[in-house]
Design a protein around this ligand. Structure first.
Ligand code: NAD
Length: 300
């Protein structure tokens, strides 16, 4: 791990992910100034010991590093344009960790550079548990120099940090990974439902696939039927985990990238349709592995 000296860090977006990430930065001795638009998020942050600034502009004014963890790309572009870039000192390092479209990440990067700042995209995987435990995976797009400058900060919040290439390529890696995940989770669900109809016990199918060429995270960790993997969401009525609505959001970004690049990604397109339908119903709040119920019942 790289040794981190104390830095002044503005942390904007203190929601499900941002709050525990900011807490880890405080615990590591950094001087953190948080901000969120929602009073409830501000109160929760103050209760958790995070100093909260009066506005986004105030939070970034003295910062060495600005981290944003917002719901979507439009929030990032709006905040960069209207407030943050003008308020920060020249040369501030902006770490954009929200999950946003590749072209939005590149637009944010261009805006930051035009305003005299530095910027990397650094989306995460690992969910709220990873954020709390400081074990997130970061996928980073940006220059070698900016990646090196961000690394000591990212290492406080994450345990696997991969420099994927230039601007936007962290988001590109994230969208590609989640497309693989969605397709494999659907394939595993279909296999269990088909097995049920052929008279195959869940445990028997698990014992075979988890040790054979069909092995993947969607069965070995996120097994969509109760029993074989006691810690999987299927054993707690599909409480997330990773909600179907978040998977649907990420597949919407994948679809955008598929269309912009004219890529023949039929499985990815189909996964996007199935998860959009699932997220319209129970998947709004249930784990994305719960799509097996809709597949079994013919609802997606
Ligand atoms: P969230 O909605 O809980 O938190 C986002 C926060 O940003 C909100 O509190 C909102 O008020 C705040 N915000 C919006 N605009 C702002 C602005 N201009 N200034 C200050 N605050 C502002 O969302 P989350 O679950 O924490 O997710 C954040 C991002 O991380 C999303 O892009 C999501 O896709 C991604 N992500 C989430 C998970 C997860 O499991 N929740 C996992 C991986 C990635």
């Amino acid at each position: 791990m790289t040794e981190a000296s104390t830095m002044r860090i503005a942390f904007l977006g203190l929601g499900h992910m941002g709050l525990p990430m900011a807490q880890n930065l405080v615990a590591a001795g950094h001087e953190v100034h948080g901000f969120d638009l929602m009073p409830a998020a501000i109160e929760a942050a103050q209760a958790a010991g995070i100093p909260v600034a009066a506005s986004g502009a105030d939070a970034v004014a003295d910062a060495d590093v600005v981290i944003t963890m917002f719901p979507a790309g439009r929030h990032v572009i709006d905040a960069y344009r209207t407030e943050l870039l003008a308020a920060a000192r020249p040369g501030t390092l902006f770490i954009e960790s929200s999950t946003i479209a590749v072209d939005e990440a590149r637009a944010a990067h261009a805006l930051a550079l035009a305003a005299g700042h530095r910027n990397i995209d650094a989306p995460v995987s690992g969910g709220v548990v990873g954020a709390e435990n400081g074990t997130l995976a970061f996928m980073v797009g940006g220059s070698d120099e900016d990646f090196a400058a961000a690394l000591p900060v990212l290492e406080v919040m994450g345990k696997r940090i991969v420099h994927c290439g230039g601007p936007g390529l962290g988001q590109a890696a994230k969208v590609c990974n989640n497309m693989v995940l969605a397709v494999s989770q659907i394939a595993v669900a279909e296999a269990f439902v088909l097995g049920e109809r052929l008279g195959l016990e869940h445990q028997a199918l698990f014992d075979v696939v988890s040790q054979a060429s069909g092995q993947c995270w969607s069965i070995t960790t996120n097994c969509p039927v109760p029993g074989p993997v006691p810690t999987s969401p299927a054993n707690r009525d599909y409480q997330p985990g990773f909600a179907g609505s978040l998977m649907a959001k990420d597949l919407g970004l994948a679809l955008q990238a598929i269309e912009q690049t004219s890529t023949d990604a039929r499985m990815g397109r189909l996964a996007q349709q199935l998860y959009a339908a699932y997220a319209d119903g129970e998947g709004a709040t249930r784990d994305f592995s719960g799509i097996i119920t809709d597949i079994r019942d013919g609802r997606v």
